[in-house]
Design a protein around this ligand. Structure first.
Ligand SMILES: Nc1ncnc2c1ncn2[C@@H]1O[C@H](COP(=O)(O)OP(=O)(O)O[C@H]2O[C@H](CO)[C@@H](O)[C@H](O)[C@H]2O)[C@@H](O)[C@H]1O
Length: 488
């Protein structure tokens, strides 16, 4: 039997403590399942001003990073919080993290994000060392942690604690690369000076995602189909050469659904619980959702959407066809916050269709759960989607996902017309508003003309399962293969 591992899981957000999107969900559920496999896991994340449960934090360490003679030392504290028995170590430095947002405010990124996450990456390694924790694996996530593998192979190369430590880097979204002027690395002077053209953009900008992908022992992304897209010029956000270069160390591992948090039988956010064997409570959830968002009570089909409001999520397809779709007897609700150019247009359309369409510009866990439970259909017409979690949550609640065949959406949703018996939703291909309108009308027609078939499909959707325990076994395998790698 392979040995049990010590794993340090580094993420810029963790569900239950801080969250802007799906990365947080993964950083909670995956460590728990890895621990359930018998591994010793610790999580490291920033201590933001908005971190939940901060009052429970116990201070563990008071540490100092020494930069160079021209700059003052950086002092920081490490606090410990608890996630289901897993230590969550938080890096606390008021200058970098005691701010209103995680990455920015008013939809504008903080100008010093490069410096903030350079500090975080360095502090995470320093904290690990100071705690006397010798990890077999350091698992990094997204650009925020991209410098960790590099620091281990340079500044910490001679530190015996990390001599046998291997790094795994997961790309949750290759569109966000963390590209910064080299000056943002001045706090770690020797790092900035020895970066080469594998990780530089236009000679002077450091690309943190490229750093992580270049210097980690193994790399992966969050679905097999997105992994294959990342190997192509069209689907790789300009990074295909790098992924191709590392093809033997690269794979796609599908995310899971956390059925403790997303379970219609136990969900505390919804008015009535229901299950695949008795779905009747879903109707009450729909009525309550209509009241909550200010739509009239109605049996018309209800289409829901919850997401960060960005181009990625398909608003370039939705906005040109939404008014045409709203001419039908339907109700639509979109919950999310993000880009003002999109939210402004959604507000304008909502003003014209007060009884049919609501745009709720908010981040709300409760509303996200209510939409998953109360809607008949869930919209995810993404332009790209590394994995997607809301389609998995929708399936669990018998809310049929309507998705574009990209990334992980293609791996998890099967189209009704393609194969009615095994289908669990609706899938379209071309990134074209008319294709989206067409598939929405197909869904609408099924709802109106074949209610018994709708019911069968909803029940079928609730039987599709994507377990984090399965994903954790794949990660375990990736960790063991990283440990077998020789130094490079
Ligand atoms: N307004 C709001 N109110 C409440 N909750 C909201 C919300 N807006 C978003 N959420 C929540 O944030 C999460 C979004 O997760 P996704 O995986 O669908 O997308 P995201 O693009 O953030 O994640 C990226 O990382 C994940 C994790 O790997 C990949 O699945 C995904 O494809 C990739 O783009 C869900 O839990 C959702 O309910």
């Amino acid at each position: 039997m392979d040995k049990k591992l010590k794993i340090l899981f580094i993420s810029s957000e963790v569900e239950g403590f801080s969250k802007t999107g799906g990365l947080a969900d993964v950083a909670k559920s995956l460590p728990i399942e890895l621990r359930n496999l018998g591994h010793e896991v610790k999580i490291i994340t920033p201590f933001y001003r908005a971190i939940n449960h901060s009052e429970d934090a116990q201070q563990l360490l008071n540490l100092v990073l020494k930069t160079d003679y021209s700059r003052p030392d950086i002092h920081f504290q490490v606090h410990q919080l608890d996630l289901d028995g897993i230590p969550v170590l938080t890096i606390d430095n008021a200058h970098y993290f005691d701010r209103d947002g995680l990455y920015g405010e008013d939809n504008r990124a903080y100008q010093d994000n490069g410096e903030r996450f350079a500090f975080f990456s360095w502090a995470a390694i320093k904290a690990c060392d100071a705690m006397d924790f010798t990890p077999d694996i350091i698992h990094c996530n997204d650009w925020h942690t991209g410098l960790v593998p590099y620091l281990l192979k340079t500044r910490y190369a001679d530190n015996s604690r990390f001599a046998d430590t291997k790094t795994v880097f997961t790309t949750h979204n290759a569109c966000y690369q963390g590209i910064f002027d080299k000056s943002q690395l001045n706090i770690i002077p020797e790092v900035g000076s020895c970066m080469d053209d594998r990780v530089l953009d236009n000679y002077s900008y450091i690309n943190y995602l490229k750093v992580g992908l270049t210097y980690s022992d193994k790399i992966n992304t969050v679905s097999p189909n997105y992994a294959s897209e990342l190997l192509t010029p069209l689907g790789s956000h300009g990074m295909s050469e790098l992924f191709i270069r590392r093809i033997h160390d690269f794979e796609g591992i599908l995310n899971g659904c956390d059925y403790n948090d997303w379970n219609p039988e136990t969900d505390p956010y919804i008015p009535v619980n229901f299950s695949a064997t008795d779905i009747s409570g879903k109707e009450i959830c729909k009525n309550t959702l209509q009241k909550e968002v200010g739509l009239p009570s109605s049996d018309n089909p209800f289409f829901g959407m919850v997401c960060r409001i960005t181009d990625q999520k398909g608003f370039g397809l939705i906005l040109p066809m939404l008014e045409r779709f709203l001419k039908h007897n339907v109700q639509v609700v979109i919950v999310g916050s993000g880009e003002p150019s999109i939210t402004g247009q959604l507000n304008a359309i909502a003003a014209h269709f007060p009884n049919k369409f609501k745009f709720i510009n908010i981040y709300s866990d409760k509303l996200a759960h209510m939409v998953e439970a109360g809607a008949d259909f869930f919209l995810m017409p993404s332009i790209f989607e590394p994995c997607g979690l809301n389609q998995l949550y929708s399936l669990a609640y018998g809310t049929l996902p309507i998705v574009r065949a990209v990334g992980g959406l293609k791996d998890t949703v099967l189209d009704y017309d393609q194969d009615p018996d095994s289908a669990n939703g609706f899938v379209f291909f071309d990134p074209n508003p008319n294709q989206l309108l067409h598939i929405l009308r197909r869904a609408l027609l099924l709802y109106i003309e074949h209610p018994e078939e709708m019911l069968r499909l909803k029940t079928k959707a609730m039987q599709s399962h994507f377990y984090w325990s399965d994903a954790a076994k794949h990660y375990e395998h990736l960790y063991y293969s990283a440990l077998k790698k020789l130094h490079f």
